[in-house]
Write a protein that binds this ligand. Structure first.
Ligand code: FBP
Length: 339
């Protein structure tokens, strides 16, 4: 291994260079997606630095608000959300935003609009923020037919209509994994350059994995098929060795490990959360898009995750004692936001 050559590697494949190469594969492109992605990258760099110095800058702990899921918001949740909403609106390439931290979809001021809808979880794995365990940002991008007349109906698209997705993991190193529909690539932030450099080209999930990842603390609420499957991971009857359990409790980190090492990550619906816990538009869809692009699969237990058609921007949103079919489709869930 020629560390010297590596240290002074001069032909750097930055994420910007990679995205521009991808853009050149689409002669019709005006570079809007490239500009949008560069603003998402900026948001990730900001959050990476904030997470890094959270303890020092008193950014740990609660913000004193609760989000649409009824979860107490962490200071970093609120800060990350603000950074991404500002970056996405100021890109001039978005018309509607869906954030885990905002009850309503954000409709961008018509004067500042572009053709993309971005669904994002600004800081996933909140339960791990204050103990310094890996957390991350998740995003998925849709093209909107008419940015001037966009409605919430148009946002509630199946995951398979996404045109790009990614996550940024804030861990021992900061890694951004991205797909624009032509494979999956990983980039590591070089703090000395402030640049994301390609370190994981063309990620392909290993066909076989020795790891299963699930919160076994929910086992008593599982349905029989789930319980049987996990049992098989622990006590295989085909003579193969038992799988190892790995569970971090941050979807970004658990999915990142699964993409690189193989295996399975699952968050099954159960008696406590009959529709599951992971949010469809800004957790399940982006991660399923990446998993499929990397040669893996993503299922709901009943079908392909990306075929799901959400009925609400925060699906599954358990609105107590209002059965699903009575729930209003779309309705007034939007707010307007300018630069
Ligand atoms: P948020 O932290 O963004 O709400 O995400 C949900 C999440 O933290 C996932 O990252 C993770 O996979 C899961 O919930 C962990 O849930 P649990 O603590 O129930 O195992």
């Amino acid at each position: 291994m020629d560390h010297a050559a590596d240290t002074f590697r001069t032909d750097l494949m930055t994420i910007t260079r990679h995205v521009l190469n991808e853009q050149s594969r689409h002669p019709e492109s005006r570079g809007d997606l490239t500009i949008l992605l560069s603003h998402i990258v900026l948001g990730c760099k900001f959050v990476a630095s904030a997470v890094n110095k959270a303890g020092l800058a008193k950014l740990t702990g609660l913000a004193g608000e609760t989000n649409v899921q009824g979860e107490e918001q962490k200071k970093l949740d609120v800060l990350s959300n603000e950074v991404f909403v500002n970056a996405l609106v100021s890109s001039g390439r978005t018309c509607v935003l869906v954030s885990e931290e905002d009850e309503k979809a954000t409709f961008v001021d018509p004067k500042l609009r572009g053709k993309y809808c971005v669904c994002f979880d600004p800081l996933d794995g909140s339960s791990n923020i204050d103990c310094g365990v890996s957390i991350g940002t998740i995003f998925g991008i849709y093209m909107i037919k008419n940015q001037d007349t966009v409605t919430l109906e148009e946002v509630l698209q199946p995951g398979k209509d996404m045109i790009a997705a990614g996550y940024c993991m804030y861990g021992s190193s900061c890694t951004l994994v991205l797909s624009t529909g032509n494979g999956v690539n990983g980039f590591t932030l070089d703090p000395s350059l402030g640049e994301f450099i390609m370190t994981h080209p063309d990620i392909k999930i290993p066909p076989k994995g020795k790891i299963y990842s699930v919160n076994e603390g929910n086992a008593k609420n599982w349905d029989t098929p789930t319980a049987k499957y996990v049992e098989k991971c622990k006590y295989p009857t085909d003579g193969s060795s038992p799988k190892s359990l790995r569970y971090i409790g941050s979807m970004v980190a658990d999915v990142h490990r699964t993409l690189l090492y193989g295996g399975i990550f699952l968050y099954p619906a159960d008696k406590k959360s009959p529709s599951g816990k992971l949010r469809v538009m800004y957790e399940v869809f982006p991660m399923s898009f990446l998993m499929e692009e990397a040669g893996g699969q993503s299922f709901t237990g009943k079908g392909r995750s990306l075929d799901l058609i959400p009925t609400d921007i925060h699906d599954p949103r358990e609105i107590p004692d209002i059965p699903r079919q009575q729930r209003q489709r779309g309705g007034d869930q939007g707010a307007v936001r300018g630069g």
